[in-house]
Design a protein around this ligand. Sequence first.
Ligand code: SF4
Length: 248
Amino acid sequence: MAVWRPWHGCHKCSPGCLNCYVYRTDERFGRDASKVVLTKEYDLPVRGRRGGEPAITSGETVFTCLTSDFFIEEADEWRVRAWRMIRSRPDLMFYIITKRIERFRVSLPEDWGEGYPNVTVAATCECQSKAAQRMPVLLDMPIRHREVVCEPLIEPVDLSPWLCGKIEGVIAGGESGERARICRYEWVLSLRDQCRAAGVPFSFKQTGAHFEKDGRVYQIPRKYQHEQARRAGIGTRRAHEEEDDDEN
Ligand code: SF4
């Protein structure tokens, strides 16, 4: 797994943004997370190492834009080159999570067609109203690989109206941080059951900091949240276990 953060900073735009990891981290370092800036690793996918090897090894899944949103307005011009870099690395799979799927077409390359085969786009659906808003848009966009991320899961979500053959996977997880909202196991199980009924792969990525099961709330330190979710053994696909905190 590789991580590419071409730009950094974001604006809160959704209930799931309330306790955004990017804001929390930047606050700690005295930075303003609402400023969207290009990073030093903007050209990482096309960079090489000494000896000629690419900086990102062939075959990797590249988690893209974990400290911003790939489709944020400030990046509309930067995204033109970002798409070119993505196109130039068909040996990588770029995984993009967004809360701005409605902006997907802005700055899309002319040769995009039905989608580059090396791009997966996952729309965040952390609550029912956002699922109702984003799922029809996600299904309507020309994307080869579509997934849904229910993270941070802050209430029960019914995805079943949209779980058709076009959705390749659903990932669920709780919220991290001191102010995290509770994630209930029954909500996760419900999503798992919806996916099972629709034949869509499901993974429970992490519990979040406050996890309720059988009426009891567990406070789970960050380092155990992925492991605890894995132990539940309710996923049908490998979760992105090593993935950093993504907040999109
Ligand atoms: S990074 Fe994600 S969670 Fe944070 S403000 Fe942006 S869209 Fe919201």
